[in-house]
Design a protein around this ligand. Structure first.
Ligand code: FES
Length: 106
């Protein structure tokens, strides 16, 4: 059986940083070879998708980055910048560890 995990990245900020974050995440997924994984014998695909406002605007408009949600886990990250992509991909998607300094409680 195969599953798909989604990273929904808000691109509603005026700065356009969400689109940059999404690009950086896609690049890191490819570079780290984590776009397709086998976890517990099952295929897991990860897709990065841009989306409109996630209703986490403090993390987009007052900070300097973008909000994103990892689905189906439901982990919410805020003020994510393109430079955070490598750590987020390696830690959360590669090792299954939440990146605490970017994680926010809704
Ligand atoms: S503008 Fe990004 S969550 Fe609302």
């Amino acid at each position: 059986m195969s599953h798909t995990r989604h990273l929904f990245v808000c691109t509603k900020q005026k700065s356009g940083i969400g689109a940059e974050v999404a690009r950086a995440l896609k690049k890191e997924l490819k570079r780290q070879g984590l776009a397709k994984q086998v976890v517990d014998g099952e295929k897991l695909r990860t897709q990065v998708q841009t989306c409109d406002c996630l209703d986490l605007c403090k993390q987009c408009k007052k900070g300097h980055g973008a909000a994103l949600i990892v689905y189906p886990e439901g982990t919410v990250y805020g003020n994510v910048r393109p430079d955070d992509a490598a750590e987020l991909v390696a830690q959360h998607l590669g090792l299954g560890k939440v990146v605490k300094h970017l994680c926010i409680d809704k």
